[in-house]
Design a binder for this molecule. Sequence first.
Ligand code: NI
Ligand code: MN
Length: 229
Amino acid sequence: MSLDLTWFGHATWQIQAPPHWIVIDPFFDENPVCEQSAEKVECDYILLTHGHFDHVADAAAIAKRTGAQVLANYEITNWLRKQGVASVMGMNLGGTFRTKFGAVKLTPALHSSMLPDGADGGVAGGFLLEIGKSRIYFAGDTALFSDMSLNARKPIDAAILPIGDLFTMGIEDSIEAIKLLKPEYVLPSHYGTWPQIAQDVEDWARRVRAETSAVPVVLKSGESFRLER
Ligand code: NI
Ligand code: MN
């Protein structure tokens, strides 16, 4: 089974695991490095790591139009329900929900989570996904923390990590995170969107190759990576 990981810039990703299409942290229309409009996005699941605008911006609109089920922490799903999103699954850290495409575990992240209107967004998280034989770790917005290594008790095929610095870990700490996680492939996220989180991603990739056992996969906004398993 193969699946495709598509980056839409910033922290917005889509996983195509036919017949399922999963969108993570939908930030399309106001994302300066994304060509795709929210109106054209098709998916049957939406996963939200935390409540910040650059992660939930288009979630309600896409969920209402497509009927996709939204998985997020309990506070965020409550907020979406009040906006008329019917199909939600509220979770909390450490919990796993079994979807039609595989298992979704909400993992800890070190970050904040207030929703755009000031509502309580619970705590920030990440996702550990088991889709067929693939394990994918989506760290979400986070600082480096050593317990991240607990996600690597079973091998991780692909890890998606923030590298932008300022709001999340930067390049230096992402290298440490990769050493803890030991993924086969690592894909950078949450950088290059605005000048404050600009990064030299080729330098990051060189360091990943030199200092870790992982293979760096640098995508341009709109590009996909096929994970064969
Ligand atoms: Ni954030
Ligand atoms: Mn963010």
